[in-house]
Ligand binder design. Sequence first.
Ligand SMILES: Cc1cc2nc3c(=O)[nH]c(=O)nc-3n(C[C@H](O)[C@H](O)[C@H](O)COP(=O)(O)OP(=O)(O)OC[C@H]3O[C@@H](n4cnc5c(N)ncnc54)[C@H](O)[C@@H]3O)c2cc1C
Length: 550
Amino acid sequence: MNATETTDVLIVGSGFGGSITAYHLAAGGAKVTVLERGPWLNSEEFDHDFKFGSSTTRVFDFVVGDGMSVLGGNCVGGGSVVYFATMPRAPRFVFERHGSIGRRMWPAAIDRDALEPWYDRVAEALPVTPTSWDEVPYIGGVFAAACKAAGHTANPSPSAVDTSLCTNCNWMMSGCRFDAKRSLLLNYLPAALSHGAEIRPLHEVQKITKLDTGDYRVHYNTIDEVDYRQQTGSGTIDAKIVILAAGTAATPVILQRSEPELGRMPHAVGRYFSGNGERLNTAVLEDDKVRELLGLSRDEANAYGAYQIGRGPVVASWDRLDGDLPEYERFSLEQLYFPPGFGTILAQVPDAKGPSWYGPEKKEMLRKWRSWLTVFTMSEDDNEGVFGPPPPTGNSERLSQQLLGFGSLRYRPTENTLRGWEVSDAAVRDILEHNGLARVMPWTNDVIGAYTVHPLASCRIGDDPETSALDDRHELRGHPGIFVTDGSAVPGALTVNPAFTIAALAERAVPGIVHALRERGVEVHYGAPAPDGGGAARRGTAAAVRTVLG
Ligand SMILES: Cc1cc2nc3c(=O)[nH]c(=O)nc-3n(C[C@H](O)[C@H](O)[C@H](O)COP(=O)(O)OP(=O)(O)OC[C@H]3O[C@@H](n4cnc5c(N)ncnc54)[C@H](O)[C@@H]3O)c2cc1C
């Protein structure tokens, strides 16, 4: 590798924002290079094991911040390899939110109607399909029945899982061995490769500088495949266009580190981080009551017969996704399951004075781990996260060979966020403590801080240069030719799982990037079908594409 290596488009990160843009631009004829910090694993390498060096430790990035920890993917395919593939569209009111700035956060050009055809394109590509009640596992049924008994509604969520291939192994978080989970490894990424895109794993981008020609130089380190703390080399690649898609917890850090040489960053870079208002409650079910009140029981070979990692959320309650409710009091609740090792940390003994990690009540709770039902809240927070100065390399100071690092994110929930959590906690108790069905153990934010698997908004789109880092075409303000297409571009909490919205926004950003490439003399066309060749969803986006490309 030498300093004169060049490409048309350099993409940082291979999750949703990276893979989708890589496919379309490569299919359009651009030379595309993707640098991904994590390893490249395929189906047969996804382990059902927690051992060090298994896919469980290799494909995750867990960054502990001050008041907020973030779990994300760290491999080719990014978060799509580790996600639960629950894929709801964001509710209409989300796009009208004002949040902490007192006026509409989203750009005027984007509302739910405008994004709808882009969702359709992603739905065709992955694909995303409805889930039937027949596919709902026992614990999803318990949650649905509990909701019904307490006067709430619940529904199976749409998902990107091919249930005909799913074996219910419960290890989907460590990567799906059976190709049932429709990660990006099965659609956009192979399609990008077939059009000549190059994907380089174990390449961690550190910063971007600018050349006199107006092109950008991207600086990376290569990373040891076992000990991610070890750097094995370094290099640079020059590109006409850079697309940052390193994820919400990494993209602003790269820009912060680039600022001294690249020039002043927009104020919103590294600010307005949202944890998607996330919170967990663990309910310990009284199995006798579940039988008596809901008429449901597990057979002996029950779904929790092993130390499992969970199948992910399948049933959700969307009663509170009502635009007429006050902002910060709208949320969704999803049934989930976390294994005891993790749950021990998360679940608290009710009414405990301070943290009580041990003691008889905690032991009793752990004894009943087979009867746990974790409920996952996604609510409206206040975009109150701020990134401090960047660490020397990467997006955290790595503490262990794989998985764990300390990041610079600081998060102090505001009164608005806290009120949202209070209202949603009350709803969870209302559903699950009804008639003594379960005891709900509150989440331990006070002990270990908040936690999110859906980080958003640290480099967001918007119309106001003061409160958004990107314009409505995802171009970084003041730095033409740098685009951001990952979760950091989403303006705020979505009250539902975000991958579908991140992906739809990335699809929507592509024509603008094609335009920027053409302006720089790269002949590239736009109009590739879905990765499997399907074109049904293309018609819906034609008018929007024309406004950008003519
Ligand atoms: C356990 C878990 C379950 C989830 N379940 C769901 C779900 O059911 N539904 C849903 O909608 N969402 C879910 N998510 C969230 C979803 O995975 C993310 O919202 C989504 O992947 C974000 O996409 P992205 O493009 O922003 O970034 P990512 O998918 O995170 O991709 C970013 C990529 O960039 C790489 N990278 C980072 N820094 C650098 C660097 N410096 N140089 C090069 N590469 C870099 C990372 O390794 C990563 O591969 C889940 C997440 C987790 C952790």
